[in-house]
Design a protein around this ligand. Structure first.
Ligand SMILES: *Cc1c(COP(=O)(O)O)cnc(C)c1O
Length: 393
């Protein structure tokens, strides 16, 4: 049972207010995307709607096959959300009460919640100061006899250094589930995210590099046994209709979402390349500022789900956020509070000093606007506003 205390006081960071008003630069991402592909999407909608088949039909099967192929994997399994994808994949790996699952401190809460939904305990590790991702060295220190799995997160669109993680997993007989929710189409040494662990969970939330028109998710794997278990669990524990072998879930991806996602998948590599062009503009224009810019490891093909800078200190992050908002530019901070420091995990008794790099970055992380329809002139205007801030400061 979850204890909820509504009388608890909530502390909102001071800069949040400044970011509540809509800005001209940095918003309208999904409206612009619709302008670009709306006709194509309407065409498939008109095909799906009259069929009378809205779940587990041919469009879902088609999208699953296409996404698996795109992600260099044997199987794709459409899910109701990224959170459900993470949860069901871990259940299929046999994660349960008493188990520990190692993940990273600076991720979206759902990565950790999925572990908790299985009844297992998330064990959080700090991050590499350059890539902002977890590393095999950090993970190895936390492995115990209870460890069952590792969930690396390809944060902001840059893949984790996966070969050492897989070696470690092999040595200790652990499962690896990629949280690839920021990495649809990213590469690691020429292999796609989604094909690197035993399975991968992707969120298809609308604002991700590829998203549904509402909630959605997808799991990839090349393990036939995991594929079969995941399919059972996502649809009320049955392999054969009316035969419920285990307590499963109701976590399918809808036919209409799948059909529309097949349209988007055709654009994904182009969209990711546009994000990379925007990132190159930021890289070039901001290289002489005090901001720490994204470091791209030689094994990674970064797809910039987000363009993330680190300010020299927390105060400067606040000032820059407000300065950019005043210039009608929508920057933000993701993630401003580490998952282990959230109220949801206070029982685990983590301290900020357990995550020296992550804790410092959480107060200094500054995300600049980037999306596939973000224009180059908007990126230049954003960079110029930052340059103006530093001339003035
Ligand atoms: C978006 C996201 C999720 C959760 O996905 P939903 O589709 O919103 O449930 C999980 N992990 C990461 C890293 C995410 O960014």
């Amino acid at each position: 049972m979850t204890k909820i205390d509504l009388s608890r006081k909530i502390e909102v960071p001071s800069w949040v207010d400044a970011l509540l008003k809509p800005t001209k630069i940095g918003s309208g991402e999904l409206e612009r995307q619709w302008e670009e592909i709306g006709d194509e999407v309407m065409d498939v909608l008109k095909k799906v709607m009259p069929t009378g088949k809205y779940t587990l039909g041919p469009y879902l099967k088609k999208f699953e096959e296409e996404f698996a192929e795109f992600s260099n994997s044997k199987y794709g399994i459409g899910m109701s959300s990224g959170t459900a994808a993470l949860h069901i994949a871990l259940e299929a790996m046999g994660v349960g009460p008493g188990d520990e699952v190692i993940t990273v401190c600076n991720t979206y809460v759902a990565t950790a919640f999925a572990i908790s939904y299985c009844g297992a305990t998330p064990v959080f590790v700090d991050i590499d100061p350059k890539t902002y991702n977890l590393t095999a060295e950090l993970v190895e220190k936390k492995i115990t006899s209870k460890t069952k799995a590792i969930v690396p997160v390809h944060l902001y669109g840059q893949v984790v250094d996966m070969d050492p993680i897989m070696d470690l997993a092999k040595k200790h007989n652990l499962y690896v589930l990629e949280d690839a929710s920021h990495a649809h189409g990213a590469y690691y040494k020429g292999r796609r995210a989604g094909s690197l662990g035993h399975a991968a969970a992707f969120s298809l939330y609308p604002s991700k590099n590829m998203g549904a028109y509402g909630d959605g998710g997808v799991i990839t794997t090349s393990d036939p046994e995991l594929n079969e278990k995941i399919r059972m669990l996502r649809y009320v524990g049955q392999r054969v209709k009316f035969i419920h072998e285990v307590i499963g879930f109701q976590d399918r991806l809808d036919e209409i979402q799948a059909a529309m996602l097949s349209v988007k998948l055709r654009h994904l590599d182009d969209w990711n390349n546009r994000r990379r062009k925007i990132a190159a503009i930021y890289d070039e224009m901001l290289k002489d500022t005090p901001l720490q810019l994204p470091y791209v490891a030689d094994y990674a093909h970064h797809i910039y789900y987000s363009y993330v800078t680190i300010t020299p200190n927390a105060e400067e992050r606040t000032n820059l956020l407000i300065h950019l908002a005043n210039n009608d530019i929508g920057a933000f901070a993701m993630y401003p509070i580490l998952v282990p420091m959230q109220g949801a995990y206070e029982d685990l008794n983590y301290k900020e000093s357990d995550f020296p790099v992550g804790s410092s970055y959480a107060t200094r992380v500054l995300n600049l606007p980037i999306f596939e329809t973000f224009r180059e002139d908007e990126a230049r205007a954003t960079a110029e506003a930052i340059l103006a801030y530093y001339d003035r400061a």
